[in-house]
Design a protein around this ligand. Sequence first.
Ligand SMILES: [Cu+2]
Length: 185
Amino acid sequence: MRFSENVMRLLCKLSLMAVLLAAAPAAFAQVGGTSKINVEQPWARATPAGATTGAVYMTLGNTSDTADRLTAASSGVASKVQIHEMAVVNGIMTMRQLVDGLAIPAGGSVTLKPGGYHVMLTGLKKRLIAGQTLPLTLTFAKAGIISITVPIRAIGATQGGQGSMSRMGGMQGNKPGGMGKMEMK
Ligand SMILES: [Cu+2]
């Protein structure tokens, strides 16, 4: 009697586990991985006529307890999309590609903004015009692929279409034919 009750309880537990396991793949398929990334407030800076490069900014929030990494990006408006970091090195505004991607800590967030991390568009196929949008696909090591639509803000925008680039002086290099004082490494 007691034995069979225990067996019944065990069978119930096992069947419940089987149901949970069967449901798991569907749940993960929606997220596409083992972390949960939210792409917040993406925006791209409009480009002057003839410019071949552009930049996209955003905040990447990780609401899971698993660290993730932005490893790649692509867009129909650029022949190449890279993850870049900008920093002042020996007094010169320099940017470099983050070949290992950009880490997004568990339960944390990383903000890509002018003067810091950015998604770099090179080989622009069309001018980025304020008020329009561009498509961007982000690839994360754990969260998988996330495709977003990025609003394009005015050239002088620093965040959400407000402010000015003037205080950033040497960064005003996004002109036709050159990157100003910025160097590629
Ligand atoms: Cu860059």
